[in-house]
Design a binder for this molecule. Structure first.
Ligand code: ADP
Ligand code: MG
Ligand code: MG
Length: 945
């Protein structure tokens, strides 16, 4: 590669060239690069940007200069002490791959003037035998990217210049330390001398270790190696390189430089970089830049050092100087963990002047970048130099505190503060937490998917019944199942947390966990659950029912034994009304953020809730209504399931009505509780939706038990279960098809809603039921059900002598429904997009069966994201957009919402803002996330005005 770069390429220059040769085909075919080339041509083919005394670039040029290069330029512009250098642009990378790994013909010249500028500014000369200039070669994509070539320091050293450096500095040890580091780094990253699969250690480290043992018979610190030791290391390193790479170590500084630059561009296409780009959707065309920068030395002695720091604490957000440093070290030592660094605050004593300078820099950085910076510095003989800065990564907790504090400090405005909180991380703030000291003592035994964030500790139980019994006795319970089903609901409610051996983030366990704010780890494959023996075996060790286990649903870890937890201050304050919690800074900051969100948002946020408790929680989190109550969830609780089963097993209308009459009071009470908890907010109530067989017992024993309790022959139950069997239940007898087949079911549900409404309204609370008919594909389906609802309303209003304010609408979850939305809107007063089913029916893909192919599809990038988690905006999204347009054309004031799982997903919320929905609805503990995401969507859609 070095050769290729050195050799002036004969490939004709891109557009604008006077070359007589015709443009060769391959260059033209590379269309992506072609358009870039024309940009370059317009700019006059500038491939190298200086920074230092004269600075060509600035911080906004990340696409061209990479993140590192753009910010180095920006720091120069604001007068921070940055060693001079130049950036080779990302366009060179693009050119390189578009032109069979060759370079633009003018590059070498530009690099030569780059080096000349460095020489001029430093008074040193590249390869000089009196005062040699050394440089670092650093890769730099737009964002730092694993897989890219590691940095090379001290480039320019060889057997001659090392002596010059020693003489010039009067410090031979330092010079040889630089040289051995350089040979080691260059051998590793450019010449590929790395650990082989059969080796435990890096080969260069092995050489160092051998020498230490030969000469000192023990492991001594690197800083104790003498000049002679270091000289010997250089010799041995070169031998190792010759052996392994079959190449001589290049001694000409220009060969070294060209080789290193070539290696950076080459690393853009290595496997790790490709995999990383695929994972994070980074286009290959972006390319990487290369930075060549004059060295400063942190390894000249006790008055030098190197460190990394944050302008504020990125873990908890506290405004304090945070970071670490090493005395007498070069940059890579700090992260490599060769020596343990010291906290940056200790510099105050060790080097007070340098510390004061760093404090000044810390202030300047924040004032200028207006965000928390993560930066690298080196101190050479007491003088501070800046080598990098970027926006610091942070936890949700730190993000919240940074945003609130910086708004107070007037560094940012409140809208920017909203944008600074990553919506998909906000849930971390609500999760109960493990005591950190306790976790350190615990034993991690397995891991699975982090499905419900937070920490839970409890005695394990393997079925719902025993879990409930134990919880009733006051035990803390962890429900452990192979997977969960609606029958486990009671156990899940009783448990502190849920652990399953199978199932993904959209499995039943995960769904319920999110809705209830339960801690959940699912799909922990190493957990072997034996229902018969009532044991859980992990890695050969067995746990009985009643043994303690703990799970961390934020990271997906399973621990043996008990680990102490506490609820998050935000939950304690909002839901438990804990006054102490309300005084905490975390709570107050959270409330401030939510208030800003309320000011910024256009869409409102409702909740998916089935019980008064869930509803109250959601309202406490700021939900302004229910977007979806799944009435069938109520049928599983207590002995209601028996009445439900009686209804299903009934053979005559009379019997069915009798069973329904038993269910009515339960439903009425549930609805009344929900209406009270809503305090006047609207409630969208969906009528019975799932296929009936889901309510029936499937094992022989359970069927026999049911037969006994409701007094019918077991054979009949068996027969009915068989009769209800469907080949494809998702597309079968369900949704409004049930209500059309058995209008008496809808009539009972409508009556329960209206009777509850009448009761609560008489208590002086406003009630706004919105009855939602599921799975509508034809207007006529909706019309038939609306008539049943109106009939019940008329009856109850006249019986109770009240006037009720209600609406009837439909769920749009079938493509035909979306496409005929103009017709359906003639009858529907509102639409709620059921994006779970709309995705299933729109893609013709069963969510519950997608586990066998969807992960592969994601790997192949057939789908970019799981369409059941983030809405497929180009496909399913069109159905939503069509229904919005057609629906509003018929009925301009049509109310539009979404109640699928996507309602709590920030990326999907962005889409719903764009198509103009009125609200999103999500599970109660997801409400704050949705409020934040909706506010951010409004700000970014409006352009943050
Ligand atoms: P990374 O992206 O892995 O952090 P960097 O290019 O930032 O790689 O460099 C790695 C280390 O080398 C950093 O600690 C940096 O400060 C140090 N370093 C890079 N260039 C120089 C230089 N010109 N002088 C001194 N140290 C440098
Ligand atoms: Mg760095
Ligand atoms: Mg549905």
């Amino acid at each position: 590669m070095a050769k290729k770069l050195a050799r002036k390429t004969s490939r004709p220059a891109p557009r604008g060239s006077r070359s007589a040769k015709p443009v060769s085909k391959p260059a033209r075919r590379a269309s992506g690069a072609g358009s870039r080339e024309s940009t370059v041509a317009r700019r006059g083919g500038k491939y190298v940007y200086f920074f230092g005394r004269k600075t060509d670039g600035n911080g906004s040029m990340k696409p061209l200069l990479g993140g590192k290069g753009a910010n180095l330029a920006e720091m120069c512009r604001i007068g921070l002490p940055v060693p001079p250098g130049f950036t080779i642009t990302t366009e060179v990378c693009t050119y390189y791959y578009a032109n069979k790994r060759t370079y633009p013909p003018t590059l070498r010249k530009e690099m030569e003037s780059g080096v000349a500028a460095l020489e001029q500014q430093t008074g040193k000369k590249f390869g000089d035998l009196k005062n040699p200039l050394l440089v670092s070669v650093r890769s730099g994509a737009r964002d730092s990217m694993p897989g890219m070539m590691d940095t090379i320091l001290n480039l320019g050293l060889n057997d001659q210049t090392v002596d010059a450096l020693a003489t010039k500095t009067g410090n031979a040890r330092f010079a040889w330390d630089c040289y051995r580091r350089f040979v080691q780094m260059y051998g590793d990253v450019v010449l590929g001398v790395q650990k082989r699969p059969d080796e435990d250690h890096e080969p260069f480290e092995t050489v160092i270790e051998q020498l230490k043992h030969e000469r000192y018979h023990q492991d001594i610190e690197d800083t104790k190696l003498t000049v002679d030791d270091l000289k010997e290391l250089v010799v041995r390193f070169k031998g190792l390189i010759k052996d392994r790479a079959g190449k001589q170590f290049p001694s000409s500084p220009w060969d070294q430089l060209l080789g290193a630059v070539g290696a950076v561009f080459g690393s853009w296409m290595n496997d790790r970089a490709i995999v990383y780009r695929r994972k994070y959707n980074i286009p290959t065309e972006w390319g990487t830049a290369v930075n060549v920068q004059a060295m400063v030395y942190g390894n000249t002695g006790e008055n030098s050092g190197s460190g990394v720091a944050f302008t504020r604490n990125p873990a908890n957000g506290v405004k304090e100087f945070y970071g670490e440093f090493l005395i007498n070290a070069q940059g890579e030592d700090v992260v490599a963990g060769v020596r343990t660094p010291e906290p940056v605050a200790d510099l105050k004593k060790a080097m007070p002047k340098a510390y004061a300078e760093l404090e000044r820099i810390r202030q300047t950085l924040e004032k200028h970048f207006k965000d928390v910076q993560d930066f690298e510095f080196t101190i050479e003989d007491g003088v501070v130099y800046m080598l990098q800065t970027r926006n610091g990564k942070r936890t949700a907790m730190a993000a919240l505190k940074f945003s609130i504090d910086m708004q107070k400090e007037k560094l940012i405005d409140w809208k920017t503060a909203i944008m600074r909180n990553p919506a998909d991380q906000l849930e971390q703030l609500l999760a109960p937490v493990f005591d950190l000291a306790e976790v350190a003592k615990a034993k991690a035994i397995a891991s699975g998917l982090p499905a419900g964030p937070g920490a839970a500790s409890g005695k394990i139980y393997l079925n719902a019944e025993r879990a409930v019994a134990a919880a009733d006795k006051g035990e803390k319970v962890l429900l452990v199942r192979i997977e969960t089903s609606p029958e486990d609901l009671r156990g899940m409610i009783a448990a502190e947390g849920i652990l399953t051996a199978r199932g993904g983030v959209s499995s039943h366990a995960a769904l319920v966990a999110r809705q209830m704010g339960k801690v959940c780890v699912c799909g922990a494959a190493a957990v072997d659950v034996d229902y018969q023996a009532r044991t859980v075996t992990v890695d050969g060790r067995s746990y009985k029912e009643g043994d303690w286990m703990s799970i961390d649903g934020t990271i997906g870890k399973v621990y043996a034994g008990q680990v102490k937890t506490a609820p998050s201050e935000i939950v304690a304050g909002l839901i438990e009304g804990n006054e102490e919690a309300k005084k905490t800074e975390k709570f107050r900051n959270f409330q401030q953020l939510m208030k800003w969100c309320a000011d910024a948002t256009r869409m409102s946020v409702r909740t998916n809730a089935d019980t008064p408790e869930q509803t109250a929680n959601a309202v406490a989190f700021g939900a302004v209504g229910i977007g979806l109550t799944r009435t069938e969830h109520m049928f599983f609780e207590g002995d209601r399931i028996d009445a439900m089963r009686e209804m299903i097993l009934a053979e005559t209308l009379e019997d069915r009505k009798a069973a329904l009459a038993k269910l009515l009071p339960y439903q009425r009470d549930d609805f009344a509780g929900i209406f009270r908890a809503l305090k006047g907010y609207p409630a969208t109530i969906r009528f019975l939706d799932p296929p009936l067989h889901e309510f029936l017992p499937h094992t022989k024993e359970q069927q026999a038990e049911l037969a006994k309790s409701i007094g019918v022959p077991a054979a009949r139950i068996h027969q009915r279960v068989q009769g209800l069997h469907e080949f494809n239940p998702m597309l079968g007898f369900r949704g409004c098809r049930l209500g059309i087949g058995y209008p008496e079911i809808s009539a009972m549900q409508a009556r329960a809603v209206f009777e509850a409404a009448a009761i609560v309204q008489k208590e002086g609370i406003k009630v706004r039921p919105e009855i939602m008919i599921p799975l509508v594909a034809f207007k006529k389906e909706l019309d038939l059900q609306i008539e049943v609802v109106h009939q019940a309303a008329r009856e109850v209003q006249s019986e109770q002598k009240v006037k009720l304010n209600y609406m009837v609408g439909t769920m749009i979850e079938i493509p035909r429904g979306a496409l005929t939305a103009d017709e359906i809107a003639q009858s529907a007063e509102f639409f709620s997009f059921g994006t779970n089913d709309l995705t299933q029916t729109g893609l013709g893909m069963s969510r519950d069966d997608s586990g066998s192919f969807l992960p592969h599809y994601q790997e192949l990038e057939i789908v970019k994201k799981n369409p059941f988690a983030t809405i497929d905006d180009t496909g399913v999204g069109q159905l939503v957009a069509i229904a919005v347009t057609k629906g509003r054309a018929t009925r301009p004031n049509l109310k539009l919402g979404i109640c699928g799982e996507h309602g709590g997903d920030p990326a999907s919320i962005q889409f719903f803002e764009k198509v103009g929905l009125d609200y999103v609805s999500c599970s109660p503990y997801r409400v704050p996330v949705a409020r934040l995401a909706a506010a951010q969507a409004a700000l970014s859609t409006k352009g943050g005005d």
